[in-house]
Ligand binder design. Structure first.
Ligand code: SAM
Length: 309
């Protein structure tokens, strides 16, 4: 099956809209048992959650969080069965859960974006679809990609491209300069406006060298991370999780790029390995997504997991 053969129209079920990544592997490390409690901090279309709930046998034991209102709308069937839904970013959700004294036997973070976020042009996440330069996971938030591209100082744009897009310093600076020059004449409002300028500018800097991936891939990743404060959310939330995980509880985290994976890897390494530290690693090396997977998002996925002592 190819990534385009599954149905993604408005009438699709949540399961058709997004195929959960590393599903069997997540179930193996979380090892859900009947009667255990589950916290899904990035529930999306509920792909992982539905399978975990089947195993624990009662949706009332599940708490599902997502900052995206479309995702929340796709989880209503699970809410009807008794699950708790939290429409919030996971950093604030965890802070509130901790304050309320909640504890869980399993926690999952499946980071990044869902297929419906990427596939719908109007969300502005993808340069493959024309749409507004938006990229907000939570549309109640004010900051959009258009605000960053049209108003941030050149230096800050260059930092975002080099730090979050992992684009070389020189190329990031040149790209930022070109964007700031062009925006004086006309605002960047659409994904295509930006993708085209990036394609031309990177082509000029690389003397027309052929690129396997569209040069805008890294620029779009950088802007998405900045709009949604993705790395900040992760860095501030990881140290709170052991407070809401029961002894013997399992934590599983799927990352999709090296910036996220580095944060998770270091955190788990620094918090496991000796008696006074909260975690034992379930596996030393991450489980990688299959490069032949029909779901393109799965190819860069890495799963890390740890057990609370
Ligand atoms: C990869 S998808 C999860 C897919 C889900 N595991 C499934 O199988 O359907 C990631 C989801 O996490 C949500 N998300 C990303 N960062 C978030 C954050 N900081 N707080 C809350 N939700 C977040 C996104 O809106 C998206 O729906």
């Amino acid at each position: 099956m190819s990534s385009v053969t599954y149905n993604k129209n408005m009438n699709s079920t949540p399961q058709q809209l997004h195929i959960p990544v590393l599903l069997e592997e997540v179930l193996a490390v979380l090892n859900p048992q009947s009667g255990e409690s589950y916290l899904d901090l990035t529930a999306g279309m509920g792909g992982h959650a539905r399978k975990v709930i089947e195993r624990i046998g009662d949706a009332k034991l599940a708490t599902l969080c997502d900052r995206d209102s479309f995702a929340i709308s796709q989880l209503k069937d699970i809410e009807k069965q008794g699950a708790t839904l939290i429409h919030q970013d996971y950093e604030h959700a965890v802070t509130d859960l901790k304050a309320s004294g909640a504890r869980f036997d399993m926690i999952l973070l499946d980071l990044g974006v869902s297929s419906p976020q990427l596939d719908r042009g109007e969300r502005g996440f993808s340069f493959s679809h024309d749409g507004p330069l938006d990229m907000r996971m939570d549309n109640r938030q004010e900051l959009t990609a258009a605000t960053i591209v049209n108003t941030y100082p050149e230096k800050e744009l260059a930092r975002i491209f080099s730090e979050y897009g992992e684009i070389g310093r020189h190329q990031s600076e040149e790209l930022a300069r070109e964007i700031c020059y062009q925006r004086k004449r006309q605002r960047f409002d659409s994904t295509q406006d930006l993708a085209e300028v990036v394609r031309i500018e990177v082509g000029r800097l690389d003397h027309g060298k052929y690129h396997h991936v569209h040069p805008a891939t890294q620029v779009f990743q950088a802007l998405r991370i900045a709009v949604n404060d993705e790395l900040g959310q992760l860095e501030r939330t990881l140290p709170q999780l052991d407070d809401i995980l029961n002894s013997g509880g399992r934590l599983a985290i799927i990352t999709f790029h090296s910036l996220e994976d580095r944060i998770v890897k270091h955190y788990l390494k620094e918090n496991s390995g000796s008696l006074d530290l909260p975690y034992t690693l379930i596996m030393k090396k991450p489980i990688a997504g299959n490069v032949n997977d029909y779901n393109p998002r799965a190819r860069s996925a890495k799963l890390r997991a740890a057990c609370k002592k």
